[in-house]
Design a protein around this ligand. Sequence first.
Ligand code: MG
Length: 392
Amino acid sequence: MSSDDTRVWSGMQTIAEREAPILAPYAMHSVDSKGREHDEQEHRYRGPYQRDRDRVLHSTAYRRLSYKTQVFTGEMGDYHRTRLTHTMEVASIARTIGRALRLNEDLVEALALLHDIGHPPYGHAGEDTLDECLSDAGGFSHNEFAMSLVRHLEVRFHEFPGLNLTQEVLESQQYRIDKSSPAAAPLLETQVVDAADSITYDAHDTDDAVALRLVPLDELLQNQLISEADRRVRRSSSALDAEARRRAIVHEMINWQVSDALRESVKSLQAAAPADAQDARKCGISIGPGSELAEMKRELESFLFERVYRHHDVIRVRGVAQQQLREMYAGFVDRSDLLPQKFQDRAESVGLPRAVGEYLAGMTDRFCGQQFERYFTVPSTGGFSAGGQLLE
Ligand code: MG
């Protein structure tokens, strides 16, 4: 290193110096990180959670979220959220909450970008189908698959498999896999992302459902949360057309929920005054809505479940996707030689059913449809029949 270089780097603040005046004592400070699964040298000017965020952002699985279903598939239009835009909205809302609470924003962002990368094609329809296909091999969950992606399947470094994320990010993902038996409560940064996820999908599923004309706004207004948001909107602006009213209600839903989560969290943080991030885990601090808003959210979510997620247009697409995935699973198990070499190798360590499930889970909706067309529906190119047999 030249003497010029030495002067430049030694004149810069360390990550710990940069975080100390900004973060609250109960935030997860980078300097207290337990490190990575495989030892690596620290970066000169990027903190460990910044690097985690960047590793997720540059991963193949993250990019594929752009062609994965959140709730509504591509054939239903191009207004609604994809899994990627949902993730970006979650990250934005989570950063707002994290910054206001003086938590580690880099860690919050890393967790937010990671939180849905394990989703298979076709949203929950895809997940349910893979779980059914793998029922004799331990089932399938998108949270477990996210862990497999970041620890084993992503190819980024030649020294070790996966993304080699910090222990804090892996522990957070472990918590998502089994919330019922965590060794300790999750870090506050993990809770922020969970709260932001719920705020985000309640707001954007309402927006998408009305914009796609699956449910009229008048019917949604029967829910207390929506009618209260509408009342707040009308206090400041009275003469709005239908579209402007929908947008204003969705904006108010987010603003109200974020403010409520902050108010509740600050109250509980002030009362407990945790000394550090580990102390905060033992204090029973919960970041999320107050009881009144939590009840309204439950009412809205059961409405969305019945009237939107089970809408006949959504159910019809769901049925087609499930049948397609079932046939592809059976077909690739039968003809494992058609799997990419990476998954043939993977079958050696996790068994063929899991390897096929992982191959399918990693696909975008678009690629999954293309593979189905290629192997299952075009006899002249040598595909499978509907029963999973190779067509000659
Ligand atoms: Mg999500």
